[in-house]
Ligand binder design. Structure first.
Ligand SMILES: Nc1ncnc2c1ncn2[C@@H]1O[C@H](COP(=O)(O)OP(=O)(O)OP(=O)(O)O)[C@@H](O)[C@H]1O
Length: 370
């Protein structure tokens, strides 16, 4: 088991990269601590698999170093790094029984028969595949094969880390949730560093203690699911996390004060000054649909017309088109029983839940300054 450190790491698939866009991974510093349960979350093409393959040793980075417990491992193969990897599609030996598939990595290491037997049964029980142990792998369903594949990743107790690359893609949706919970339980029991790649925020949040959100070849935020929800450090995190994502509204500075679509924001003086000081930056206000309040129009920060109401069961998502600019929609989450009355509504944006971004990056202010 190991701490995995990425030092000045970058990767380009091109021979002579020059511009930032030539890099699948932009220069990064990152640490996965020993024993953590992590998710690497991001949209297709953001660099997740590239990063995972560099950590496992399947791909050599074009720049920088990968360190396991402080030792540079760039030149080591996946076997030498002692990494277990579980891929999107099952990797099993069809002609072997499930037992032999699970036992394979242990027998390769020359482990005693009793140890092999005990460990295979423990992992099979954790994954609920004990009844399959005597079956030939080729007769299994895709779900069952993938469980065996995961079992092969979990069976060794001396691995530096287990890396999962979208391992539940082939799994039946109803089973997915149960398997994620299982993986979490197994993580708690075996205390091994796990990094789980996914593009699904729910999958990331149910598995991981901390999530690294990737965008455009960079880790734009590394935090708990709650931190990503409450304090997105990049507009992409605001937009990508949440359902629907964060509302992002352009801000203007008029005579040194922050305005949103023609209305001055009710903010402490220090915030107006901080925003006004961001010369030439694109300024945005971010607020999640959960925190926008529907209020009488005469006491509102902004007013608008209800454009669409989507019933989501226990709540509704209401799209409000702003009076000052009807092309700008704000999404508001309201209780299913809330009566919205008039078509024109007022919106209150509580100061505690407003987030400010300059060129997509969160602006912060210490408590004393506000
Ligand atoms: N072998 C390769 N040769 C050239 N470019 C590649 C190669 N593999 C990936 N890329 C490019 O690198 C970027 C990152 O790809 P990567 O597969 O790491 O992203 P990802 O987040 O894992 O996406 P997905 O979820 O679709 O697998 C993409 O622009 C992709 O086109």
């Amino acid at each position: 088991m190991a701490e995995i450190r990425l030092a000045q790491l970058a990767h380009s698939y091109q021979d002579n990269p020059s511009a930032a866009e030539d890099y699948a991974l932009r220069r990064m510093e990152h640490v996965w601590e020993q024993g953590g349960a992590y998710a690497l979350l991001g949209p297709s093409g953001c660099g997740k698999s590239t990063l995972l393959n560099i950590m496992s040793g399947l791909l050599a980075p074009s720049e920088g170093e990968v360190l396991f417990d402080g030792k540079v491992v760039n030149a080591l193969s996946p076997q030498q790094r002692n990494i277990a990897q579980v891929f999107q599609f099952p990797v099993v030996y069809d002609t072997m029984t499930v037992f032999d598939n699970l036992a394979f990595p242990l027998r390769n290491q020359g482990k005693p028969k009793a140890t092999v037997e005990a460990r295979v049964r423990e992992v099979a029980a954790a994954l609920e595949i004990e009844p399959l142990l005597t079956r030939k792998a080729r007769n299994l369903t895709a779900d069952e094969k993938q469980k065996v594949s995961m079992g092969r990743g979990l069976v060794r107790d001396d691995v530096a880390a287990i890396l999962f690359d979208e391992p539940l893609t082939v799994i039946d949706p109803q089973l997915k949730w149960r398997l994620r919970r299982k993986l979490k339980e197994i993580h708690q029991r075996f205390n091994v560093t796990m990094v789980y790649v996914t593009h699904d925020q729910l999958e990331a949040a149910t598995f991981a203690d901390k999530i690294a959100v990737m965008y455009g070849g960079q880790i734009v935020q590394f935090g708990t699911p709650r931190e990503l929800f409450e304090m997105p450090r990049h507009t992409f995190v605001g937009y990508f996390i949440g359902s629907p994502g964060m509302n992002l509204l352009d801000l203007e500075i008029v005579a040194g004060r922050a305005h949103c679509h023609g209305n001055e924001l009710a903010l402490p003086e220090a915030w107006h000054a901080r925003l006004a000081a961001q010369e030439n930056a694109r300024l945005q206000l971010g607020i999640r649909p959960e925190f926008v309040e529907v209020v009488p129009a005469d006491s509102a920060t902004l007013t608008g017309r209800i454009d669409l109401i989507q019933d989501q069961g226990s709540f509704k998502i209401v799209d409000v088109a702003l009076t000052a600019d009807p092309s700008q929609l704000i999404k508001v989450r309201v209780d299913e029983y809330k009566s919205l009355g008039e078509e024109t509504v007022g919106l209150h944006l509580p100061e505690a839940w407003m987030r400010f971004y300059a060129n997509d990056l969160l602006l912060e202010m210490s408590d004393e300054a506000v």
